[in-house]
Ligand binder design. Sequence first.
Ligand code: AP5
Ligand code: MG
Length: 217
Amino acid sequence: MSKIIVLMGAPGAGKGTQARLLQERLHLPQISTGDILRARAQQNDELAKEIQEVQAAGKLASDDLVGRVVRERTSQPDCQNGYVLDGFPRTIAQAEMLEDLAATQDERVRAIFIDVPFGILEKRIAGRLSCPICGEIYNIYFKPPKLKNSCDRHPDARLIQRVDDTPEKVQVRLETYNRETEPLLDYYQRTGRLHRVDGTRSPDEIYRDVERIVNAS
Ligand code: AP5
Ligand code: MG
């Protein structure tokens, strides 16, 4: 039986950073609902407009839409030996969808909570830039690119800042997280599937703990 790893944590906690390390080092595909929705929002139709509005406002997309996205993506062959969910589930309804999905796919769910105090999150988000080509995540304070504003792997690509990374939007995202997503910690705790890691350390130190949890039987 393979594993579904759920990376949990507030906006800016480092879910994407750790998911990308797991993908690179353990070959577990990263499934970021935020990234998938951002990519879908680039198309030119009604749904794209809806997603743009919801993401720009820092609110949540509907459980129905996100559930469909996750079901579709996790049915791809590369997910057969497990995968990492980054940003899903975010509501109790989504967690219940995941239980059904895990049962059908004969996989086991393990949740890892990257614990970072709110005071640190703001600076992480304010300094974030990412590559429009490969999605690599940088930070002007904590992980600057070698060349200012360019991706280390794609020097011609100008790094971009997310539209929801402004201080006002971050406030809404944190409130949404507290209200809708934080209760999930208790949900996984009660069923003995929650692992907490101290997210205030360096990405590599955090990753060592994350990998140990993923590899534990
Ligand atoms: P999403 O893209 O998932 O955003 P988020 O949850 O707000 O999380 P972030 O991506 O901002 O942070 P992260 O934890 O990935 O941190 P990162 O590794 O980048 O969702 C965006 C929107 O999409 C939502 O608001 C919603 O509208 C919609 N959506 C997505 N999923 C949904 C769902 N399931 N249901 C409904 N709607 C959904 O790190 C942050 C920064 O810190 C980076 O600059 C990084 O370099 C730096 N950093 C990382 N780790 C460290 C470290 N250890 N030390 C120092 N710096 C670090
Ligand atoms: Mg992310």
